[in-house]
Design a protein. Structure first.
Length: 148
């Protein structure tokens, strides 16, 4: 089965705990996140992450479910799969402490299923811009907070 994958990774000039704090302070997403402009989540495996995502046009509600959490290091979530293997996804955020007030961040998203080519065809650019803008904004926010 083919997959559509979007990945970004880079070093951030901020401690891992600062990046974790920014990434998991869902109530403040509107202050810095151009992609997920609103979010609510208790970071409990199986719990909902209720978001407003700006892809094409006005922000739209998207509810996904926490797959795994490793406090201070990362979390992942996925959509409720479509029936008959039509579509499923997984998004993960991973933070690796590099010491000296720096860390490595990676964002991974994959989409698979027989509907994937349709979604990829319609939304590839918007998804790439959205995930990319969120990752860059996370870096900017964390580095600003670390320098303050």
């Amino acid at each position: 089965m083919s997959r559509f994958v979007i990945e970004q990774e880079f070093d951030i000039e901020a401690p891992a705990e600062v990046v974790w704090a920014v990434l998991t302070d869902f109530e403040r997403y509107a202050e810095w996140n151009p992609f997920v402009v609103e979010a609510r989540c208790d970071l409990r495996p199986g719990g909902a992450i209720d978001m407003k995502v700006k892809l094409l046009g006005p922000a739209q509600r998207q509810v996904e479910y926490i797959h795994a959490v490793e406090p201070g290091k990362g979390f992942s979530y996925n959509m409720k799969p479509f029936p008959l293997g039509g579509l499923s996804s997984l998004r993960s955020h991973t933070i690796i402490d590099l010491g000296d007030g720096r860390c490595h961040y990676s964002s991974h998203f994959h989409l698979q299923g027989w509907l994937m080519p349709v979604v990829r065809g319609l939304m590839r650019g918007a998804l790439q811009r959205g995930f990319g803008s969120m990752s860059e904004a996370l870096k900017t926010r964390a580095e600003h907070l670390a320098a303050s």
